[in-house]
Design a protein around this ligand. Structure first.
Ligand SMILES: Nc1ncnc2c1ncn2[C@@H]1O[C@H](COP(=O)(O)OP(=O)(O)OP(=O)(O)O)[C@@H](O)[C@H]1O
Ligand SMILES: [Mg+2]
Length: 297
């Protein structure tokens, strides 16, 4: 499949902490507990899709600085073209992820001036793409409308959401055929919220990630809850949602079977959280299918 991915690229530093909330102490020495990787939703999704065998066109913004250079090299090493990346930010975005022994994470994300960037329909050619995976970042607002009007299947993850009328995410929710979100700040149970979202936006597929309780899917007719993988090694859950979203798109685009796609995506995410870092721990399709057999038996 050929998938357009448009979203954030950054350099992420992960820091192992003793517990949350963090008590004040002047210094800690977590040997090999501080690591840095190229990440950002755009990179995480692109890398996951590449691992699963898809062709990716990545659209994003970077700065002409050492971090931007690092991201560019990492894209090259992963066989992801940097041709559709614009180098006009003041600085490349960076993030810090604190994580505890249970894999819980707290993210600090410095977007620099990326939210001031815009893309208009002529900037990006997506006519040859099967899916447009457009992250909920300001520069994708026009792009998702264009993709929708061109009849390309659109997909967005709005992440943490508590209000179906949320103004920041409205353009994305209105134009996403496939809409993902997290249950972390829902005002009611996931089943009720998914109905509210459907009644408001009529998306073809809605998925709510529910962490260690798995994920819920609604296709306009049926709600299905897929439980999370049991007994998986949990190191750091950062990026679990990006992994779930990517693998769902990969499998759904093959045969339009949403339930089966989500079952596989839950296993893909379950494997991914055994690794540290949002862009680390993506397996290939063959390995994933072996794991799926193991989890179903
Ligand atoms: N602690 C966990 N144990 C087992 N599986 C998990 C755990 N956390 C996440 N997962 C798996 O990863 C999937 C995606 O995680 P989650 O639901 O937390 O994503 P999200 O909240 O949408 O995004 P984010 O990555 O921002 O948390 C879940 O549906 C589940 O299958
Ligand atoms: Mg979550």
């Amino acid at each position: 499949m050929k998938i357009l991915v448009s979203g954030l690229l950054n350099v992420e530093t992960t820091v192992a902490v003793k517990s949350f909330p963090i008590e004040y102490y002047p210094i800690d020495y977590p040997f090999f507990g501080i690591n840095s990787n190229v990440s950002g939703v755009g990179f995480n999704i692109s890398k996951a899709l590449k691992a699963l065998g898809d062709e990716v066109r990545l659209v994003s913004f970077l700065a002409d600085d050492p971090e931007g250079e690092r991201v560019k090299n990492e894209l090259k090493m992963n066989g992801i073209s940097a041709d559709s990346i614009c180098y006009n930010l003041k600085n490349t975005p960076v993030s810090t992820v604190l994580y505890d022994k249970r894999g819980r994470r707290q993210i600090y994300c410095d977007l620099k001036d990326i939210q001031e960037q815009t893309l208009v329909s002529g900037d990006v050619d997506m006519s040859d793409c099967d899916i447009a995976a457009l992250c909920n970042i300001n520069f994708n607002r026009e792009l998702i409308k264009t993709a929708k009007s061109q009849g390309i299947l659109t997909a967005t993850d709005v992440h943490v959401l508590s209000d179906p009328d949320d103004e920041y995410n409205r353009d994305f929710m209105e134009n996403a055929d496939i809409l993902f979100m997290s249950d972390e700040k829902l005002p009611c149970d996931a089943g009720e919220f998914i109905t509210r979202i459907y009644n408001r936006y009529r998306n073809r597929i809605i998925v709510i990630g529910m962490g260690d309780r798995g994920a819920m899917l609604f296709d306009g007719k049926r709600k299905v809850t897929i439980p999370a993988c049991k007994n998986v090694k949990v190191v750091n859950t950062v990026g679990a949602g990006d992994a779930l979203f990517s693998a769902f798109l990969h499998f759904y685009s093959k045969d339009n079977n949403a339930e089966q796609a989500l079952r596989k995506a839950v296993v893909f995410a379950g494997i991914k959280i055994g690794f540290n870092g949002a862009s680390v721990g993506f397996c290939g399709e063959d390995e994933l299918l072996l794991h799926c057999e193991r989890f179903s038996s």
